[in-house]
Design a protein around this ligand. Sequence first.
Ligand SMILES: *[C@@H]1O[C@H](CO)[C@@H](O)[C@H](O)[C@H]1NC(C)=O
Ligand SMILES: *[C@@H]1O[C@H](CO)[C@@H](O)[C@H](O)[C@H]1NC(C)=O
Ligand SMILES: *[C@@H]1O[C@H](CO)[C@@H](O)[C@H](O)[C@H]1NC(C)=O
Length: 570
Amino acid sequence: MTVLVKKVQQLLSILLPCVLQLCCAQTQGVTICDGTKNSLSTTGNSEIQYNLMKTRYNNCDIVMGNLEITMMDHTRDFSFLESIKEVTGYILFAVNEFSRLPLDHLRIIRGSTLYEDQYALAVMVNYQRDGEHGLQELGLTHLTEIFRGGVKIIQNKYLSYAPQVNWLDIVKDGSAQIMIEDNGPESECTGLDSLTVTKTVCAPQCSGRCFGRNPSECCHVECAGGCTGPKDTDCFACRNFNNSGSCVPQCPQTVIYNKLTYRMEPNPNAKYQYGSICVTQCPKNFVVDGSSCVSNCPSNKMEVEKNGVKTCEPCKGLCPKVCHGTSWTDSNRETVDARNIESFINCTKIQGSLNFLVTGIEGDPFNDVPPLDPEKLKIFNTVEEITGVYFLNIQSWPASMSDLSVFSNLQTIRGRKRYKSYALLVVKINSLTSLGLRSLQNINNGAVYIKGNKNLCYHDTVNWTRLLGSRPQKRSKLLDVTDNQKKDECVKENHVCHPLCSSDGCWGPGPDQCVSCKKYSRGGTCVPDCMFLTGSQREFATKSGECLPCHPECKVQEGKETCTGPVCLT
Ligand SMILES: *[C@@H]1O[C@H](CO)[C@@H](O)[C@H](O)[C@H]1NC(C)=O
Ligand SMILES: *[C@@H]1O[C@H](CO)[C@@H](O)[C@H](O)[C@H]1NC(C)=O
Ligand SMILES: *[C@@H]1O[C@H](CO)[C@@H](O)[C@H](O)[C@H]1NC(C)=O
């Protein structure tokens, strides 16, 4: 009867779609569920907590993360924990009143995260303050291995046999702390007999655990917690991965070496590691990263869909990251300031406007905002696009900075379409001598307003009409670039484009600020010539005049070109 119920439940757990994010993932007969990291702080009442826990752990085989049960009264039924065989993080039971933990199938606590940074198992203060209820039995009858971390069992008034458990046999790390204090009086070995000793009794030949005292009765090295026989299929739990019942050091790899062709080839039987099991497919909501199933791609990779499979792929350069800009409606984000500047780290695209107001740059003592460290503005180096509601609005700027080159990678500004708005506004910044926006290519929607910057030069060498693109509006409505440094004054002060720049103008002094080059460019800087015939690394020029290195395999030719494109000349 119970077997049938269990079968039906298993079937249900396969058929029921993931309704809640916290529901479990069914993978090849093993149900994995996410643990928690609340520690002792719980939210909501105990009824809600209990029901959430029940949904989370019902039928669960492996808890990915921590199993935390706190502040539960003695009437609660925890039989839904019975299925749990493995916890990858820690177990915390604290301030509960129930009498027994039905974790009878738990074999292994991996301790990948530890409670108080040192305990894989913490059982604390489980008794009723003004009553007779409390934890009497641990119920961990099959726990045989704790991979990492120690044990803390304290102040469980009615718990009597915990001190008699052979923790040294269970805890792997010899230096881990085992703290058993202030529990109930030691009892006449209740339940102790059912605990199996799998390590301390083994023959010295066994490197890990054993199923008997003979040297021939060692467990396979891939076993954890013990075994019933010598094979990798006889393990209680796996040290590394469970591949359809065998414990293996790694899952079948995605590429394998073909001994006949001397090549690495795709492995048709490849599997992905998912927690401690090998799966043919990552569960829903998980992404393939190399040979693993992960919940999120690492920071240097982005999620892409490949043949219907979500995969983490390395980003070319910085990974795209969209960030919210400043906002007139949020008093903490009206302007970029010392409080919010860090929120722009690694952003490639800003959704909304970027306001630079005097209260941000110089600080706002009235609201306890310190001045902004100008160095921090370099964070904006990663921004390639500003898009959305308003514009790049510069009304204040550090006196020590003579350009806006912290935006040197900004390529596009998109203003708001329906409203009359500004895309780029720079007013009365006396420290500015050049704009330095060397990558700016497009200003779609919104007008340009650069006015009253007494020392600003170079800006009128740039063809703003080209940047603004073809628009129905009159040019005079889109562009107001006036009252800056006079052109002849600029020339007099030698604030003119570098001779290597073409007549398209420049964003500032130096050969790296040209809109385009008179002749050639290398890595964004104008150069008089490519290394066609000289130097150890010879180059060729692309149609657009960019110098690129010849393929490293090309034999350097003397007196003539080494290559004229990506392919070598022979
Ligand atoms: C390995 O996974 C299978 C299901 O694929 C399960 O039946 C078995 O108990 C697991 N073995 C171990 C040692 O965890
Ligand atoms: C920014 O990106 C770098 C490189 O990818 C990464 O190392 C760093 O942790 C990121 N910082 C933040 C705050 O996202
Ligand atoms: C600026 O660019 C526009 C559009 O590309 C072009 O028609 C115009 O002639 C250019 N102006 C100058 C002064 O080069």
